[in-house]
Design a protein around this ligand. Structure first.
Ligand code: SF4
Ligand code: SF4
Length: 325
């Protein structure tokens, strides 16, 4: 598998990153043993990069996968909603302890929206940079669904030199919260020109683009910066089975799917399911950054056209009424 260096971070990663959200409690809810087998298979097949988050609650899957895999030097990226020193310190310690690693490669502020939310997380950012100086993390970064957050990272770069960004980037622009794919591409090019490494998320639109997966991957893999070099150094893709790992690796290596994988992708559907015992409390609607879920007539209703199937709302429902199927 081809590897690229994430900007000027010095961190070399496979172009296909294992997006671990999909195996854990917020989505497929595989057992830690089964989920770690899928990750370990991906590592043994040449992927060296795993994306996770404190919110995904799946560090145990990764710890087990690192024990099971024959590969070493796997790059781990995680992210946190921490906003001050205390919560950032707790987030880093949680990751190091649960994954059983002295250091975490990439630690990001999760789901930032603009320069204003970045300023609101300044204490946590300061702490990440301190931990980088001490070698506890190798790079600090920011994840986002907003174009304004990419531009915010660029605007703040000389005070807060985040080395890596993790933006939502797909061929239809599905899930970009404040504009379209052209605006996101321009902002990413600006970041790339400053030496910031980029690994993209939601190349398949959370599942909406399964039927057109080849074209969707081509779009993200072939996007270029101002120098004609890859815009996204790596692409995080959620995978839940050995078959999906094999199909995605084959596509990233040879730009083709097997006929079986083509057929599986053509017929595969994902959707958000809300149980009929929902009480309409609205907590899920407050949590959804996409504004894809709302309470109508005392019941939560999802707008499937804009839901990116992240499953973040399922984690906050007090009745466990939401599932990504
Ligand atoms: S949080 Fe759960 S119970 Fe509350 S509105 Fe959403 S789905 Fe319904
Ligand atoms: S409705 Fe739920 S799954 Fe869909 S985008 Fe919002 S938080 Fe994510």
């Amino acid at each position: 598998m081809e590897k690229l260096t994430l900007g000027k971070s010095g961190i070399s990663v496979s172009r296909l990153c294992f997006g671990s959200l999909t195996i854990g409690p917020l989505q497929a809810a595989l057992s830690a043993d089964d989920g770690s087998n899928v990750i370990a298979h991906a590592l043994d097949c040449g992927i060296n990069f795993i994306d996770t988050a404190q919110y995904y609650n799946n560090y145990e899957y990764i710890r087990l996968a690192l024990l099971k895999s024959q590969r070493y030097n796997t790059v781990i990226s995680t992210k946190t909603y921490a906003y001050n020193r205390k919560t950032a310190a707790a987030a880093i310690e949680e990751a190091r302890t649960a994954i059983d690693r002295d250091y975490i490669d990439i630690f990001m502020l999760h789901e930032q929206e603009s320069i204003y939310t970045l300023r609101g997380h300044a204490e946590a950012a300061d702490y990440l940079f301190e931990m980088k100086e001490r070698g506890i993390i190798r790079a600090a970064g920011v994840s986002m669904h907003h174009i304004a957050a990419v531009n915010g990272v660029c605007d703040a770069f000389y005070s807060y030199p985040f080395a890596i960004i993790h933006p939502l980037f797909n061929m239809t622009g599905l899930g970009i919260a404040d504009g379209d794919i052209n605006g996101m591409t321009l902002a990413m090019r600006r970041a790339k020109a400053m030496g910031i490494g980029i690994f993209a998320m939601k190349a398949l639109g959370g599942g909406h683009l399964f039927a057109d997966a080849g074209a969707a991957f081509d779009f993200v893999l072939d996007a270029v910066d101002d120098n004609g070099l890859p815009l996204a150094d790596s692409v995080a893709v959620g995978m839940q089975s050995f078959d999906e790992v094999d199909a995605n690796i084959a596509y990233f290596n040879k730009r083709s799917f097997s006929p079986e994988a083509e057929e599986r992708l053509r017929t595969k559907r994902r959707r958000l399911h809300i149980e009929n015992y929902c009480i309409g409390c609205g907590i899920c609607a407050e949590r959804c950054g996409q504004k894809a879920i709302a309470v109508k007539n005392g019941f939560a209703v999802c707008d499937d056209r804009i839901c990116v199937l992240c499953g973040y709302c399922s984690a906050v429902c007090p009745l466990f009424a939401i599932k990504v199927l």
